[in-house]
Design a protein around this ligand. Structure first.
Ligand SMILES: C[S@@+](CC[C@H](N)C(=O)[O-])C[C@H]1O[C@@H](n2cnc3c(N)ncnc32)[C@H](O)[C@@H]1O
Length: 286
């Protein structure tokens, strides 16, 4: 991130605070402004670090929130997307299929819609699209049909209900993979993760100073594609605007690494959750 001791950095995904604290340790008069929409992350952040300000808000509100504390431009933004280990390991949050708990999956519990609401109210077509797009579930239409049929007679309110509902269509050779894809799709939908990321990226050209850096870690290809497109073309659709000489004029960042950085084999062994991580780094063009 090319941290300068007097710079202002934003960690948009505070979580357990590892990244924020690492950045803060390199600062003298600089600041880290951290965001998280999960109240648990905010509670855990109540330490006294003079360089750190933590804001309980979605990162899609980045400009408004920063403006409200008198900041209009920053030296770098870091995003470590997805769920935190805390969210994943806390049974009652409903993110993990290995526990029996209510199908919640909200990162921000002030929000109304939970995974159970989606399973109760979406049409078969909406469920199919969600599972197919966000989970790359191969038999998404069958899963959607089973859910709609099951909910006519029984509630799907817990992870155990969902497992029971789809138990006879789970591919036996890949039971865990199948549930992981279902849960990923539900989680992305509940938290509108791709919309949030798109809204964040759109605001960064006006926030990050010239030569300031953007670092994004993503954990599935849908997120990574948005980030890659945004860096390459200036928008998440990847639509390039060129001048008469063929230069891409819609671009506002330039990629520092052409290919995403992955964890080393050693890190993947020590920390299996890093296996799917892809880090992209880009610099704001002058
Ligand atoms: C992978 S964890 C980050 C872990 C963190 N880097 C650390 O060092 O512990 C992602 C965090 O981002 C938060 N998050 C995800 N999407 C968010 C959003 N749109 N706005 C604010 N926080 C979000 C989650 O609640 C979670 O705590």
């Amino acid at each position: 991130m090319k941290i300068k001791a007097d710079g202002v950095y934003v960690d948009v995904t505070y979580g357990g605070g590892g990244h924020s604290k690492a950045i803060a340790s390199l600062l003298t008069t600089g600041k880290v402004i951290a965001f998280d929409r999960d109240a648990d992350a905010i509670k855990n952040s109540l330490t006294t670090n003079k360089n750190l300000i933590v804001i309980h808000s979605s990162f899609s509100n980045i400009t408004t929130e920063l403006n409200s504390i008198g900041i209009s431009s920053v030296d770098g933004v870091l995003a470590d997307l997805g769920v935190s280990s805390h969210q994943f390991d806390e049974p009652q949050r409903g993110f993990a299929f290995r526990f029996d708990s209510t199908l919640d999956m909200r990162m921000d519990v002030r929000q109304q819609i939970t995974a159970a609401t989606i399973l109760k109210t979406y049409t078969a077509k909406e469920l199919q699209n969600m599972f197919s797009l966000y989970g790359e579930v191969r038999n998404a239409a069958t899963v959607a049909r089973e859910i709609v049929a099951y909910r006519q007679h029984s509630a799907i309110a817990t992870t155990a209900d969902l497992r029971k509902c789809v138990s006879h269509i789970v591919p036996k050779s890949d039971e865990n993979g199948f549930y992981a894809r279902l849960f990923q799709a539900l989680r992305i939908e509940v938290n509108q993760e791709l919309k949030e990321l798109e809204l964040l990226l759109q605001q960064l050209p006006d926030l990050i100073k010239a030569e300031g850096r953007l670092c994004v870690m993503s954990y599935h290809s849908l997120e990574d594609r948005l980030v890659k497109n945004f860096i390459a073309s200036g928008n998440v659709q990847g639509a390039v605007e060129q001048d008469v000489f063929g230069n891409i004029i819609s671009k506002t960042f330039t990629a520092i690494n052409k290919k995403p950085i992955e964890a080393s084999e050693e890190e993947k062994t020590n920390n299996p959750r890093s296996r799917s991580a892809r880090l992209r780094v880009a610099e704001r063009i002058k």
